[in-house]
Design a protein around this ligand. Structure first.
Ligand SMILES: [Zn+2]
Length: 305
């Protein structure tokens, strides 16, 4: 993967709340996301859509509130410097720019809907969201109540060290998955799926899997079209994306499959408890999005998976 060194990073698409004392764990009781079935899991799953479902020792807390927007001044300065793309945060802001540039065009083309941009919040340790308070342990997530993507960038170290997903392209894959949830929010897919879960609680997990696999497929569709995306000045964002990069995204999708996570935690693998899909399914749906390059091919909801 090669980024165009002349591409301009638009930091207005991120909200830098690192170091603002986001308050993780201060105001609420941490609730483990993956500890078991039933009410608590239901609550957390209902309020945020995370990249991985549990088993990483993940914690989230509810009862948070809104937090004022962070101060982007220093990030904006840093990301306008010549060496901006050497910096993890600037690169990630540029990935966000590419993903949103893609949907700006693809959403009207594929679904006849206008794309509404959403910011990504960089936080450290903990953050208050309209979905409640969350700490870094939940991993990156999308909050449908405030339409924002949240990520503690140290998550990539977890991906690399604990999950063995080391390639750089894992990063835009993760962000593209979360923006997939934003698209589902814009299209009403997410709300529809929550209503279905309430009508049919026995299938709540299976429905969640469909939502997650669709987000993986949307990420694949972005990856296919990423080299066609440009910054606000019309400069290409990626000069190249290789098959090896795509393989890194596929590897990451596999490594955060529910069965892989259960395995790693030495827990029995129980497909009924899957909320994000097996490794094989996550690989399959990312690949489908990538192969077709068409988000319309990402219909995980009609028919069996
Ligand atoms: Zn997700």
């Amino acid at each position: 993967m090669e980024l165009n060194q002349n591409a301009r990073v638009d930091t207005s698409q991120v909200d830098d709340r690192r170091g603002s004392g986001g308050g993780g764990g201060l105001g609420g009781i941490p609730i483990p996301i993956g500890g078991g079935r039933g009410g608590i899991v239901g609550i957390v799953v209902a309020v945020l859509v995370a990249l991985v479902g549990g088993g990483l020792g993940l914690n989230a807390a509810t009862n948070g509130g809104d937090e004022p927007q962070g101060d982007n001044t220093s990030l904006a300065q840093k990301c306008s410097a010549d060496d901006a793309l050497q910096q993890l945060d600037c690169r990630n802001a540029l990935y966000v720019n590419s993903i949103q540039a893609y949907w700006q065009k693809a959403l009207p083309e594929a679904f006849g809907e206008r794309y509404r941009p959403s910011r990504t919040v960089f936080f450290s340790q903990g953050v208050n969201t309209a979905c409640g308070q969350a700490d870094s342990g939940v991993g990156p997530f999308y909050c449908p109540a405030d339409d924002l993507v949240y990520i503690d960038l140290t998550f990539y170290q977890v991906l690399a060290r604990q999950l063995g997903a080391e390639g750089e392209f894992a990063q835009p894959y993760v962000l593209a998955h979360e923006y997939g949830h934003h698209v589902q929010d814009l299209l009403g897919t997410e709300a529809q799926m929550r209503r279905q879960q309430q009508r049919d609680p026995d299938n709540a997990n299976a429905l969640s899997v469909k939502l997650e696999l669709q987000a993986d497929c949307y990420a694949g569709a972005w990856a296919k079209n990423a080299t066609g995306t440009a910054d606000s000045g019309g400069q290409k964002i990626f000069t190249s994306i290789s098959e090896q990069d795509i393989q890194q995204a596929v590897d990451t999708a596999e490594k955060i499959g529910d069965d892989a996570i259960s395995d790693r935690a030495n827990r029995p693998v129980n497909p009924d408890e899957f909320t994000h899909g097996s490794s094989a399914q996550r690989k399959e749906w990312f690949t489908r999005g990538y192969t077709t390059g068409d988000p319309k091919s990402c219909d995980t909801f009609s028919g069996a998976l």
